[in-house]
Design a protein around this ligand. Sequence first.
Ligand code: OOG
Ligand code: MG
Length: 253
Amino acid sequence: MTNDAIAQLLDAAAHTASPTEQFSLSHAFDLKAAYDIQKLSIQKRIDRGETLIGYKMGFTSKAKMEQMGVHDLIWGRLTDAMFYESHKELPLDKFIHPRAEPEIAFKVSKDINSELTLHNAKDYVSHVAVAIEIIDSRYQNFKFSLEDVVADNCSSSAFSLGEWMPVTQNVEGILMSMVFDDVIMGSGNSNAILDNPWASFVASTRLALQNDVVMRAGDIVLAGAATSAAHIIKGQSISAHADGLGSVFLDVV
Ligand code: OOG
Ligand code: MG
């Protein structure tokens, strides 16, 4: 099977919300091919009129690595069609078996043409926010290898953002939690994300450069979840909270 054929199947699985088999079980491909497949499948969305608006980091915390049994940093792409406004509805029929996780988002302030460090990263970011990421593996039973999940755009399917706060707002060592209706589904410290969420942003700039991607002013970067993800069901009100950043809410319908 060619990379484009796999990309086509993954795009169709996402588009029709119907699961597919793990490709790595029948067809060995390496990480480089996986990122190529990811790029090809997102290109199909762009060809249908979607716009690339940012990137997501994955497996940046131990909680996530342990939940999914994958131990390498991964990154994927975000398009405008994946964005849902806070306090609005999230239609469940667009997804296969969605899960939610609390995250921190960064907004890029100017084009990034070099690898950043913890010392200069803030010069390239205008705002930070609390976020909910909805992940929805296109693979049956949410099971995958590292290569499978990368090809599948790192399970990314939707996200929502709290209010953007100025970049001077602290995101290090803050308590984050996720609440479904009135039940706390998970909580953790933001430093569970690579010891400092900024380190995830810095890593995203490194990965972008390595892959000939230029991060642009206005792009959004999701730093990865500090807690494990939880299944969402119809009728739930889901929210994520981070100290000093506020909250973000979605109604699952
Ligand atoms: C892969 C995506 C991981 C995160 O925040 O670590 C991720 C998955 O768990 O399906 O989004
Ligand atoms: Mg995530």
